[in-house]
Design a binder for this molecule. Structure first.
Ligand SMILES: NC(=O)c1ccc[n+]([C@@H]2O[C@H](COP(=O)([O-])OP(=O)(O)OC[C@H]3O[C@@H](n4cnc5c(N)ncnc54)[C@H](O)[C@@H]3O)[C@@H](O)[C@H]2O)c1
Length: 354
């Protein structure tokens, strides 16, 4: 069954389609939303390319599009200015015009990099997301945030650039390594915490990869719909969209603590959510049972409940330097299962609690 979710942004509405086997229909679906496009500039990575590019290439050709494939090395290091420049150059030498289309086939790295290249080449061309990791399907391919990393930090150069279409084929998830699947589960669990008690309970009833894969289409549809709701109300991330950061502020500290090597983003978010829930309990905002259930659920998916971290790394993650003792911030807390709020506090107060 095909699930379709429409992200209804004024003047830039687009559909997210979810169905097994969708990769094989990509060409006709892309042609339907970009009828003028002659060239499809596909960006993918070195792991995804041998697995899924051949099917995509065939489908694009069958729809009358000319595919050109650009493979970047797998991994976060490819979200960098040098790869972006190579993409721009590749697009121009392939003869890309403003009516053509860029296609991101891969995880969040490919989606962010290809999306930013599409936002900037020739002052912006259409792009299509075909996410192939769980994280990319439930999170990064929806919402139009694109970016690369700079030596000073992650995602520091980027743009809001909405895709014309998102095609999710859950069959691509079968080839994911367990750790990469678990990373995506951290974001899936986050949606339950901040937006839907019923969804959280349904995850508790299926605490394994196999259990989730048995109902994967509805899991993807629920997550995308919850993200859609927040994005439509706050496209530029000035308010409500902030709730999606549950677990991410402290998660950032854990990523720093492991120098971005020891802990993946999903593992850091997992420990960040549990720690935020514990802080919420201390502050009298979060009921204690939520912290316990959350810790149990992340453990079931092999995600950590806690990660050791120094005060220095916490301070760096919340942007607290010696001058900023009075500076304020918002920590996202869950006040009841399926509902979150932005809790205002002084950065120094948070550091003390940690
Ligand atoms: N734009 C946003 O809103 C947003 C939101 C969250 C995260 N992100 C970004 O997403 C990135 C992380 O994304 P990710 O976790 O998907 O990482 P990723 O793109 O690096 O993919 C993880 C690994 O899985 C491999 N892979 C991808 N699909 C596969 C498949 N179907 N089968 C086998 N292997 C496969 C990749 O080659 C890679 O080695 C980060 O850069 C983060 O900043 C962006």
């Amino acid at each position: 069954m095909l699930h379709t979710i429409t992200v209804d942004l004024p003047g830039r509405a687009y559909d997210i389609h979810i169905a097994p086997g969708l990769l094989h229909q990509a060409g006709e679906r892309i042609h339907a939303v970009c009828p003028q496009a002659a060239l499809a500039y596909v960006v993918t990575d070195s792991n995804v390319h041998p697995l899924y590019y051949p099917a995509l290439e065939r489908s694009l050709q069958q729809a009358g599009l000319t595919p050109v494939c650009h493979v970047v090395p797998a991994g976060e290091a490819s979200k960098c200015p040098a790869q972006l420049t190579r993409l721009w150059e590749g697009m121009l030498s392939a003869g890309l015009t403003r009516s053509d289309v860029v296609v991101a086939l891969g995880g969040g790295v490919v989606g962010d990099l290809a999306g930013f290249s599409a936002a900037t080449i020739l002052r912006g061309v259409d792009y299509i997301q075909i996410p192939t990791t769980l994280l990319a399907q439930v999170d990064s391919s929806v919402g139009g945030k694109t970016a690369i990393d700079l030596p000073q930090g992650k995602n520091l150069a980027g743009a809001f650039w909405q895709p014309r279409l998102v095609l999710m084929d859950p069959d691509t998830l079968h080839t994911l390594p367990d750790e990469v699947f678990a990373d995506g589960m951290a974001e899936v669990i986050k949606y339950g915490c901040i937006a839907s008690e019923a969804f959280f309970r349904s995850l508790e009833r299926r605490p394994s990869r196999q259990g989730i894969m048995a109902v994967i289409e509805s899991v993807l549809a629920v997550c995308c719909d919850l993200k859609r709701e927040l994005v439509v109300q706050d496209e530029r991330d000035h308010g409500l969209r902030m709730l999606l950061n549950f677990g991410h502020t402290l998660g950032h500290a854990y990523e720093l603590a492991g120098r971005y090597q020891t802990w993946s983003h999903g593992q850091a978010v997992s420990a960040g959510m549990v720690r935020a829930a514990e802080l919420g309990v201390t502050l009298g905002v979060t009921p204690p049972s939520i912290a316990v259930r959350l810790a149990e659920l992340v453990s079931a998916f092999g995600l950590p409940r806690s990660i050791p971290c120094t005060q220095e790394d916490y301070a760096a993650a919340i942007g607290l330097d010696k001058k900023g003792q009075g500076a304020r911030m918002h920590l996202i807390l869950v006040d009841r299962l399926g509902h979150a709020l932005a809790y205002p506090m002084k950065k120094a107060q948070l550091l003390q609690l940690l």
